[in-house]
Design a binder for this molecule. Structure first.
Ligand SMILES: Cc1cc2nc3c(=O)[nH]c(=O)nc-3n(C[C@H](O)[C@H](O)[C@H](O)COP(=O)(O)OP(=O)(O)OC[C@H]3O[C@@H](n4cnc5c(N)ncnc54)[C@H](O)[C@@H]3O)c2cc1C
Length: 427
């Protein structure tokens, strides 16, 4: 049997793609293959599941804002709880950084994007934040800057990524998509467009294409093979000479219980959002993030370190205790002394699938194989839009319609005619 589409990978990108393909082409036979035993167990499961509709780049804003609005619609109008809560992002800024981003903030304000500014006195009173770290000799030695402003991004927060995965999985099953778990794609099946039965086909004078996949459960054929394989994408494309511009980098999260009066008070800090809890806090430099996790009475902390962190595809990357101990912890206690002595009770590591072109998602097709990857650390908040763009490419449409009606040119996320605006509001 030949499927119309085989989607490899049941992470958020793969499931959102399968869902939107069935929205556009309900009659098409779609198969999803996933080597793990359930949906969303790859890097999707490792995510901090933060979202923000606050980007200077029109591309980023369109992808994130429309996806967030879709998730809100799913939760509020369709009644599927996604654990979505708009706790906000509180981005702590030095005076220099504030001056740098001011023009972008003014532009966003004109477009009606909501944010709020707090002064250092407010931050220190409501969060117990040490805004003047430079008084501390150790902090000065570490190069930690003083905080001048807090920028609260209102349309931002976190969700329960497992619930979002389950939503898409249920919907694709109901639309007749077949899903096989525990099936690993070992290689892509490359064949001549017109096979002649000659040994060694495809020969150099034959037009060749990807005709499906060779897996641990046999061969599956498809008109279109769609790789939503995140960080693992190059392992399938390098062997057939397709450059996918995706590279994997380890990312870690450490979970700290809100034990003791001071940490509990911080977790329940009032006045920043309707939940009356601490917003997601992003420190100035290094830009460590701290997410409140109310259901666990805990905080999650992470930091996306760059140089000299290696690019390397790993199936089960391990968190590094010293990354917390000598890195994150040392910085956190300078700004938020409430964390003094706090040790993680859980930690895990996953990988960002970076699109090395510009750190924004990538959707393109070559020789009947499509790539839907490059979440670059913000794939959860953009997954619905990426799924729509991938489905539009599959269906041969020039434009995808994002949730809310905005049209998005499919080739803008491709390779050859790529057109994405660079991002200046990098946290
Ligand atoms: C630590 C961490 C924190 C993050 N935090 C955020 C955040 O706060 N906000 C946000 O928006 N994004 C975040 N992200 C990114 C986000 O999780 C991803 O961009 C998003 O989930 C999309 O993932 P994906 O579907 O592309 O990849 P994955 O979820 O990794 O899915 C790819 C799937 O393909 C399968 N697969 C791979 N190779 C094969 C094969 N050969 N055969 C069969 N199956 C295969 C894998 O098993 C996997 O399930 C974070 C990521 C990490 C690692």
């Amino acid at each position: 049997m030949e499927y119309d589409a085989i989607v490899v990978g049941a992470g958020l990108f793969g499931l959102a793609t399968a869902y939107h393909i069935k929205e556009l082409r309900p009659e098409d036979e779609v198969l999803v293959l996933e080597r793990l035993s359930g949906p969303g167990q790859g890097n999707t499961a490792k995510s901090a599941a933060l979202f923000r509709a606050f980007f200077s780049s029109k591309t980023n804003l369109a992808l994130a804002d429309s996806s967030i609005e879709f998730y809100r619609h799913v939760q509020e109008e369709l009644g599927h709880d996604l654990g979505m809560s708009f706790v906000g992002y509180l981005w702590l800024l030095t005076s220099e950084r504030y001056e740098e981003i001011k023009p972008a903030l003014n532009r966003l304000a004109k477009r009606g994007v909501e944010y709020q500014l707090y002064d250092r006195e407010h931050l220190s009173r409501t969060l117990g934040l040490n805004v003047e770290v430079s008084r501390d000799e150790e902090a000065r030695m570490m190069g930690l800057p003083d905080i001048e402003h807090g920028l609260l991004i209102v349309k931002a927060g976190c969700l329960d990524v497992d619930k979002l995965v389950r939503f898409y999985e249920k919907e694709v099953r109901e639309r007749g998509v077949e899903i096989k778990y525990g099936v690993e794609v070992e290689e892509l099946l490359v064949e001549p467009e017109k096979p002649l039965g000659l040994p060694g086909e495809p020969l150099i004078w034959q037009e060749a294409h990807v005709a499906g996949v060779k897996t641990t459960a046999g061969i599956f054929r498809a008109k279109k093979t769609i790789l939503a394989t995140g960080a693992w994408t190059p392992t399938l494309l390098d062997p057939i000479g397709i450059e996918c511009h995706i590279k994997a980098k380890k990312r870690q999260i450490f979970s700290i219980k809100a034990e003791g009066g001071e940490l509990k008070k911080l977790l329940r800090a009032e006045g920043y959002n309707p939940e009356n809890c601490m917003p997601v806090i992003i420190l100035p430099k290094p830009s460590i993030y701290i997410r409140p996790v109310l259901e666990e009475e805990a905080f999650w902390m992470g930091y996306a370190d760059e140089f000299p962190r290696e690019f390397k595809v790993e199936d089960e990357p391990a968190p590094e205790p010293q990354f917390y101990e000598y890195g994150i912890y040392q910085v956190i206690v300078k700004y938020l002394p409430q964390f003094k002595g706090a040790r993680p009770y859980a930690s895990w590591a996953g990988q960002y699938a970076y699109c090395t072109l510009d750190y924004q998602p990538l959707v393109f097709e070559e020789h009947d194989v499509m790539v839907v990857s490059g979440g670059s650390g913000s794939g959860v908040m953009k997954a619905d839009a990426v799924g729509r763009i991938a489905a539009a490419l599959y269906a041969g449409e020039e434009y995808a319609e994002l949730y809310g009606g905005e049209k998005f040119k499919v080739s803008d996320l491709g390779v050859e005619e790529r057109r994405v605006e660079p991002e200046t509001l990098v946290l």
